[in-house]
Design a protein around this ligand. Structure first.
Ligand code: OOG
Ligand code: NI
Length: 468
């Protein structure tokens, strides 16, 4: 019996809805932000070159089933204003098989939001389409000016970011356990409306300015009819090459690549972005409109590496902190080369071979039978290490599917401009976030551990009567 048989035959299934949605989103963003299209083309070019130059890597990705998903792979980001918006967004994403994973506190980095990532969680769903959305909730509680806070709350309380059709289809999916193809097509079209850019602001220019002075991000969330998608990020196999080539395509990247340094064996996540565009916006003015500008939408690329265990992550966090203590990256990019050199040097103790990362239990791996293993399926009680040594089982890094708080802060900040540095005291409030969300967030480490465990089980049950 396959997992598919649990889905009502009349329904198309959450993975297929997610693919319809991510494709529609990508098409919409391509027409809204032309530089995104340029970036996607550059990433494709670089990915093809990497695979052509490294047949072993191509083969490894093919064997591990990871090649097909890379070209279409994207993440996006939105910023929400209220608890109600967040909990409804959770239900919307659930229709496409996306669950809230992880909690990110950005207050520490001077950004008044806390966040989670909605994404598929099983190995199977991830390999079909790993589309994820970094979703932030504005924290008006961090705004000192009580009067302004109240005005912002009123504006947010009066807006509804979901169409009636979208809400009806969410309810339908929840009640029936899925959507038919026809319903899914309508659902995607309705849901897309929530993420669309609105060139007409929800507020007068005067209020926009006051919100903007409190924090640029507050203006971005409160002033508009909905949470426009603010970037869509393709995945590259060589972020250094894309970073180098962006200026040739007329795109100016931020000065430093966030995350770990360049390595032979990529770990976690490396990201870089280009600055937000200044876009014309009409603000309310009495009964009419008045023109102004807003900068919110930008482009980003990422390179994903292995998911680290808590032990590996602790080592990463410690080394990142050490490098930043040595050279703090300046907002204007003036010491970028120095910072990247420090990063490279400080990270030297992090092992850079898959064997060693595995031996020290720093990362999660997916185990599978080699061709020889398939010819000679191991007994259920066989020893995994012995099977690896005998060439019957291979191991591949499990891809990191999540985000990194320090990197996310760097991405936020590069888009808020150098003048936007602001201090909030660090005040993570996961409990409040989960209450607003309506569920606890999932723990990413549990999900990776489960993928690893299931892969080992699958190797050792290849010969069991149930599947023979
Ligand atoms: C989200 C910034 C964080 C990432 O990839 O870490 C992010 C935002 O600007 O809303 O997208
Ligand atoms: Ni991003």
């Amino acid at each position: 019996m396959s997992a598919q048989s649990f889905i009502d035959p009349g329904f198309i299934g959450p993975d297929a809805i997610r693919t319809l949605f991510s494709t529609a989103m990508s098409e919409m963003y391509r027409t809204e932000v032309p530089a995104y299209q340029t970036l996607v083309e550059l990433v494709c070019e670089v990915n093809e070159a990497v695979l052509a130059a490294d047949p072993a890597e191509r083969h490894r990705l093919e064997a591990a089933g990871g090649l097909a998903r890379i070209t279409e792979e994207r993440h996006g980001a939105i910023r929400l204003g209220t608890a109600n918006e967040l909990s409804t967004m959770r239900r919307l994403f659930a229709v496409m098989g996306m669950q809230p994973v992880g909690y990110y506190d950005l207050s520490e980095a001077g950004v008044p939001v806390h966040s989670t990532a909605f994404r598929p969680v099983t190995d199977e769903a991830l390999s079909r389409n790993p589309f994820r959305v970094f979703t932030s909730l504005l924290r008006l509680d961090l705004i000192a000016d009580a009067g302004l806070r109240q005005e912002a709350e009123q504006v947010l309380a009066a807006r509804s970011i979901f169409t009636a059709g979208c809400l009806a289809l969410i309810e339908k999916a929840e009640a029936a356990g899925g959507l038919t193809e026809e319903e899914a097509t309508r659902f995607v079209a309705e849901a897309l409306e929530t993420f669309r850019w609105h060139s007409r602001a929800n507020v007068p220019l005067e209020l926009y300015k006051r919100l903007h002075d409190a924090h640029r991000l507050i203006a971005d969330v409160v002033s508009f009819k909905g949470p426009h998608i603010n970037h869509l990020t393709p995945r590259t196999l060589d972020i250094d090459a894309v970073q180098r080539m962006m200026p040739e395509k007329g795109i100016a990247p931020k000065a430093v690549v966030e995350g770990p340094p360049t390595r032979r064996c990529p770990i976690l996540l490396r990201q870089t972005s280009f600055k937000a565009l200044s876009e014309p916006v009409d603000f309310r003015d009495g009964n009419g409109w008045r023109s102004g500008v807003h900068t919110a939408r930008f482009g980003e690329i990422e390179q994903r590496g292995i998911a680290l265990t808590p032990k590996g992550r602790a080592l990463y966090d410690a080394l990142l902190q050490d490098s930043r203590r040595l050279v703090a990256p300046a907002a204007d990019g003036s010491n970028a080369a120095e910072y990247m050199a420090a990063l490279q040097e400080v990270f030297a103790p992090f092992p850079d071979s898959w064997e060693e990362i595995r031996r020290q239990q720093l990362g999660y791996f997916s185990y599978s039978l080699t061709e020889a293993g398939r010819r000679n399926p191991p007994a259920p009680d066989a020893d995994l290490e012995a099977l690896i040594a005998a060439g019957l089982v291979r191991f591949d890094p499990v891809v990191y599917e999540d985000f990194l708080p320090v990197s996310a802060a760097g991405i936020f900040q590069s888009n808020l401009g150098d003048d936007a540095q602001q201090d909030f005291s660090a005040s993570p409030n996961q409990q409040r976030f989960e209450a607003d969300l309506g569920t606890p967030v999932l723990n990413p480490f549990d999900l990776y551990a489960e993928i690893e465990r299931a892969s080992i089980d699958a190797c050792l049950s290849a010969m069991s009567p149930a599947t023979a």
